[in-house]
Design a protein. Structure first.
Length: 224
């Protein structure tokens, strides 16, 4: 038994409880369910039609590039255009995300492989769980569908996000995560990505790609 467990066991004995009493459990569940809300910045509190515009503006402000397509089937051609315009390899790596796998990659000249990156991939492709308009941040969850290595190792990271999954603030993203995954099954990690990797530690001069991708391209799919 760990020191922490021993301390809690001593407290339970002193109180004459075991922690499993129904009234105590209900009190805890009620507290978690109705926890007081903190102050939420007004910046992201815009109507649904304005969230996409705000998200795009904030993402571009931190050096990401953003494109929009009407349907998921349009993503491969947008990816091909982006890579061709920047003289990047016509190959990329993605996880096992079903949305990405179902896209018509065969209609392009792109070569797509699946699985985690070993650091030798020039371009990574991910599907975001959502995005936060107030800061232009993408939200990606770890797992086989979207390996975290794709967020960090390739020089170029392309991320697909549905317009309907863009929310105003971080609090709403956490609410959606809890609703989607539930207790005890939350992903191992939740990654917030705000623009490409950058640092100004040396001489106060901005350098992109300091600790991760040098370029971040976001593709918004559909309307709100």
């Amino acid at each position: 038994m760990s020191a922490r467990a021993e301390i809690f066991a001593d407290i339970r004995r002193a109180l004459g409880v075991n922690g499993a009493e129904a009234p105590r459990r209900r009190a805890v569940e009620d507290r978690l369910e109705h926890a007081p809300k903190g102050v939420i910045p007004a910046h992201g509190q815009v109507d649904a039609g304005s969230r996409k515009t705000l998200f795009r503006a904030e993402a571009e402000r931190v050096f990401a590039t953003v494109a929009q397509v009407d349907h998921a089937g349009d993503v491969p051609s947008e990816v091909a255009t982006y890579l061709r315009d920047r003289n990047l390899p016509a190959k990329l790596r993605a996880g096992a995300d079903p949305l990405l796998a179902a896209m018509p990659w065969q209609a392009t000249h792109l070569e797509i492989s699946y699985g985690s990156s070993d650091g030798n991939d020039a371009v990574g492709l991910s599907h975001a769980f959502g995005a936060v308009a107030e800061s232009g941040s993408l939200v990606l969850v770890s797992g086989q569908a979207n390996p975290t290595t794709l967020n960090l190792l390739p020089e170029t990271h392309i991320v697909v996000v549905a317009a309907a999954d863009i929310v105003g603030d971080y609090e709403e993203i956490w609410r959606r995560l809890r609703a989607a995954y539930g207790k005890g099954v939350m992903p191992r990690s939740v990654n917030f990505i705000t623009g490409p990797s950058r640092s100004a530690d040396i001489g106060q001069k901005m350098q992109l790609g300091a600790h991760g991708p040098r370029d971040l391209h976001i593709i918004i799919v559909g309307e709100e």
